[in-house]
Structure formats: C-alpha cells, structure tokens
Design a binder for this molecule. Structure first.
Ligand code: AMP
Length: 201
C-alpha cells in the first residue's frame, strides 16, 4: 500500500503514520524526520536554517530524499508519506517517480483540522517534550509555527484539489480523538484494499 497523509503541522500525521506502520507494515517516510536526522551533513546544514524559520526547503532536495528512500528494499512492500509532497511540483515529481516504477498511490488521506486548535496542540507537544527532558525542535515556537501554517496554506493546501481531481483524495476529521481518526483511516483503507490496485491496470 502506498499512501500520503496530508494536513497542516500538528494535524496528527506522525501519530497516524505510526499506526499505519504497525497495521500494514508500511515504511514511514517523513521528510521532516529525514531532514532533521541529516542536520549535520552538508545537505542538512543548508536546510537547517530554512526549517527553523518554518519555510519549505527546495523541492529538488526533498524529491531526491524521497526518490532514494522509496528505492530501498524495505519500501517495496509499501510506504506512508508524511510531510511529502508539500508543493504541486513535488506532487508532480512523485507522480513521475511512481510511474517509472509502475506504482500508483492507493490513497491520499487529508486530516482536516481547525487551524486555531493547532497552536494549542503544538504547545501541548512542547510542554510534554519539555517535561520528558527531550530536546525541542528548532521550529516548535509560535513564530515558526505561524510561518509553517502560512507555508501550508500557500503551498501545500492546493494539493487537496490536485488529488481530488485525480480521485485519490479521502478526507478525515482530524479534530476527532486519536482512536476515532485511526478508525476512520482504517475504514478508508479497508475499502481501498478491497478494490483492485490501480497499479495492476
Ligand atoms: P515536518 O517534520 O514535516 O513538520 O517538517 C519540518 C520542516 O522540514 C518543514 O517545516 C520544512 O522546513 C521541512 N520539510 C519537510 N518536508 C518538506 C517537504 N516535503 N518540502 C519542503 N520542506 C519540507
């Protein structure tokens, strides 16, 4: 199964991706995680400042990361993309990558959330991490969060229409409690799994 989780920062993409890894054995491909892990490499250093501001790193960089990761053997069984694509050119590049391999996306799941509540969610995450003594992300502050939301609105939200036109978009109420969101996603994927893979056409 090949999936995309779409939604603004704090929508719960990471939480739901972990569930999908457990349930379907998918690889969790978070471009944000990969970029943070690469912070000490030259490519990562270039991205670090951009990320701290809450802006998007260049398309070529993330497309290269995804192209390499989905080529690894463990990803052949399927993956869930979390935080990618974030722009229309990234989505078009992903289409090309998948076409080359004869793969198709099974679903794009949009977690629809109230932006006003997101700040609160991130504040809670920051408080939890601080209480556990974990280091905070450089972009977990109100200023960067505002910029991350602005980037989502301007550059990523158009993907809702992009995937709706392709017929792969499924929307879930991301404001529901975590287990209810998980159940809603499972119902969608059960229905998707019951239909022949479009890659087999
Ligand atoms: P995330 O962990 O998904 O919230 O991503 C953290 C930051 O990494 C974002 O605010 C961007 O600066 C950068 N980033 C992650 N994924 C992408 C992407 N697909 N395109 C551009 N920038 C990205």
């Amino acid at each position: 199964m090949r999936l995309i989780l779409l939604g603004p920062p704090g929508a719960g993409k990471g939480t739901q991706a972990k569930h999908l890894v457990d349930r379907y054995g998918l690889v969790h491909l978070s471009t944000g995680d990969i970029l943070r892990a690469a912070a000490n490499t030259s490519a990562g250093a270039r991205a670090r400042e951009i990320m701290a501001r809450g802006d998007l790193v260049p398309d070529e960089l993330v497309v290269e990361i995804v192209a390499e990761r989905i080529d690894e053997p463990d990803a052949t069984a399927g993956f869930v993309l979390d935080g990618f694509p974030r722009t229309v050119p990234q989505a078009e590049a992903l289409d090309r990558l998948l076409d080359e391999k004869g793969f198709a996306l099974d679903a794009v799941i949009e977690l629809q959330v109230d932006e006003g509540v997101l700040l609160k969610r991130i504040e809670t995450r920051v408080a939890d991490m601080t209480a556990r003594g974990e280091p905070l992300r450089a972009d977990d502050n109100p200023e960067s969060l505002r910029q991350r939301l602005a980037a989502y609105r301007a550059q990523t939200a158009p993907l809702v229409e992009f995937y709706a036109r392709k017929g792969t978009l499924r929307t879930v109420d991301g404001m529901a409690l975590i287990p209810a969101v998980t159940r809603a996603i499972d119902r969608i994927l059960d229905a998707v799994a019951g239909t022949p893979s479009r890659a087999a056409r």
